[in-house]
Design a protein around this ligand. Structure first.
Ligand SMILES: Cc1ncc(COP(=O)(O)O)c(C=O)c1O
Length: 446
């Protein structure tokens, strides 16, 4: 396929520098296993699972077949007042994989919708308990919860918020970030152990400021993915759970990236041994093939919402929320096939094993290169952090991303971080290629 097979005048690309794109377009026309084929006929390794989605690799026949079969059986049916069989089955499988009594699944279509859904559940739940005054949300600096107004408000990546000031939710605060560039710049398949308890700030400053009795929920990514794979200090999430419990505050884990195998476990909640009140998912649940997201709620949330309506007439709706495509049968069929495939091929355990290979390769190839100021690896993800070009934050990493792309490797630039998060089917030989191409590009941009 040549450039002139498609025009580039009408598609406004998301989270992409559009102005220079046409001069050097990066367009995929096919994918299989670990590789893309580009419009100009080259092969590119998918070093980022297409933004943390394609855990099982591309073009997986069982998923494709399940989708085709579903299209020929029940293509679509509305989700309100009626439903479909695949939504029940997908929810059952997801609940069975989730820890503790995370048992009730509200479906949506993306991670952004999951963030907003979980925040609305939190408000409705507290109201149902007679504590409707609990309406403060607490996120974290450099957190990412998508681009809806709720998720953006609790999110903490400055560029994502800058242009939207007055539209951000008013009753939101942010905990400090979880990175220590002095003592923990380099983390190699381990949890950083901090001397300082950084949640003291939450207990002693943020909660008293708002009064804990007004706080609806704390929402965090267990590992800060979009910002650049920043890892929580050892014990952090357990202590966060304790603080929330102490004050009746709901804890929401945004596992859109960490869910379904990235940490070598079903969820990061399993990896860290902490059960949140709600767990948001998307991406890998369908191997990225079809949009599907959701929020898994603990039993007490569902029961409270139902109990509050025990005296209401049977036809009364308990939660005024949902999407036209909540539990779409084709998306749910894709999810069922994906989750079966993950299990059949034991891919989460494989992700854990290959994560060590990736971490070893990144640390040994990149540690002593110019401008490298940190390397972090845990689960099947690893990142190198570069010193920014003075006055041009993000430029060095973007240039490295472009160089890698031209050499056949897709890496993700996030600020001045370069992130690898390959599909769980990745082989050692792919990792060697990915890391050596990245190392060459880092040297070239010194
Ligand atoms: C933790 C987290 N939450 C939410 C989102 C938003 O998901 P989506 O782009 O599907 O709306 C992302 C996307 O990367 C994410 O990483």
């Amino acid at each position: 396929m040549a450039y002139n097979d498609f025009r580039m005048d009408n598609h406004w690309l998301p989270f992409t520098p559009n102005r220079g794109f046409k001069d050097d377009p990066r367009v995929f026309v096919a994918a299989d296993g670990m590789h893309f084929t580009t419009h100009d006929g080259r092969q590119v390794i998918d070093g980022i699972s297409s933004l943390w989605c394609v855990g099982a690799g591309h073009n997986r026949k069982p998923i494709n077949e399940a989708i085709k079969k579903q299209l020929d059986t029940l293509d679509y049916g509305t989700a309100f007042n009626v439903t479909n069989d695949k939504a029940f089955r997908a929810a059952e499988m997801i609940a069975a994989m989730a820890p503790g009594d995370l048992n009730k699944v509200l479906f949506c279509n993306s991670g952004s919708e999951a963030a907003d859904t979980s925040m609305k559940v939190a408000l409705a739940y507290h109201r149902a308990r007679g504590e409707g005054h609990r309406n403060v949300f607490i996120g974290r600096e450099r957190g990412y919860h998508g681009v809806g107004f709720g998720g953006m408000s609790v999110g903490g990546i400055p560029a994502n918020r800058k242009a939207f000031g007055t539209a951000l939710l008013p009753r939101v605060d942010h905990m400090r970030f979880i990175h220590d560039p002095v003592n923990h710049a380099y983390i190699h398949n381990a949890e950083p152990v901090w001397q300082e308890d950084i949640l003291t700030e939450l207990e002693n400053r943020i909660l008293p400021l708002h009064d804990p009795s007004n706080v609806a929920a704390v929402i965090v990514e267990p590992v800060a993915g979009s910002a650049g794979w920043y890892l929580p200090p050892q014990g952090y999430l357990k202590r966060l759970r304790e603080i929330c419990d102490k004050h009746g505050i709901l804890l929401i884990f945004d596992e859109v990236i960490t869910g379904f195998g990235r940490m070598g476990t079903n969820f990061a909640a399993d990896f860290y041994g902490v059960v949140p009140d709600m767990l948001n998912f998307a991406k890998c649940v369908t191997n990225g093939v079809i949009p599907l997201g959701g929020v898994i709620c603990r039993d007490h949330i569902y029961e409270t919402m139902m109990g509050a309506h025990s005296k209401a007439p049977e036809h009364a709706i308990e939660f005024f929320h949902g999407y036209t495509y909540s539990g779409h049968p084709v998306a749910c069929a894709a999810a069922i096939a994906t989750l079966e495939l993950f299990q059949q091929e034991n891919l989460f355990a494989r992700a854990g094993e290959m994560g060590k290979v990736l971490g070893d390769a990144m640390h040994s190839a990149l540690k002593d290169l110019p401008n490298v100021i940190g390397i972090r690896s845990l689960g099947l993800a690893a990142v190198v952090e570069l010193a920014p070009v003075p006055g041009l934050p993000g430029k060095r990493a973007f240039d490295v991303f472009m160089d890698c792309y031209h050499k056949g490797v897709l890496v993700r630039s996030a600020g001045d971080n370069l992130v690898f998060a390959p599909p769980y089917i990745v082989e050692k030989s792919h990792i060697e290629t990915m890391v050596s191409v990245l190392a060459e590009a880092v040297k070239a941009r010194a």
